[in-house]
Design a protein around this ligand. Sequence first.
Ligand code: IMP
Ligand code: MG
Length: 184
Amino acid sequence: MKDDIGEVLFSEAEIKNRVSVIAQKLVVDYKHKNLTIIGVLNGSLVFLSDLIRQMPLPVKLDTIRANTYPGTSTTAAAETEIVHNINVNVKNEHVLIVDDILDTGKTLSEVIRLLSEYNPLSIRVCVLLNKRARREREIEPDYCCFEIEDKFVVGYGLDFDNRYRNLPFVAILKDGITIASKTI
Ligand code: IMP
Ligand code: MG
């Protein structure tokens, strides 16, 4: 697996430091508030599990899963399908959505639209990475560990064809990597 990896953008130590800074911010902002954290599967898994263990607050935890299909940039809702919904009641809760990356913004804007129908007290977004250059929806993260350029990255939860999520760092894949007939 190591042979497929190009430049490491964020090392394990850098990520650890940044995650703990963001966790401390969250602890200040959500102290004395009812907080439900909702992780977006599968990409948020690694970030989510490190983040919540740095937050000594009585948070509730749940997950949601959305599939976003590549398509035209004009029809938002039709391109994103929620395939696994939350199971907790968020009506009297502040909601924090956690995801691996804010890219085009299609996935998270649809997740926000759906969750707002349950009338939570507030909704904020926390991501590991922000790839602002590719944005197609008006959405910005409230909490973000790192800004990145328009490069395809893997590791620390992010995948290519469901692989590389378990790398402890974030890196660019080498050109020409082929898995299951996809080439990057
Ligand atoms: P969206 O384009 O903001 O809706 O992002 C949808 C999903 O695409 C993200 O949650 C990631 O799972 C995935 N994604 C976007 N950019 C990358 C990348 O550079 N590497 C791996 N997955 C990515
Ligand atoms: Mg994802």
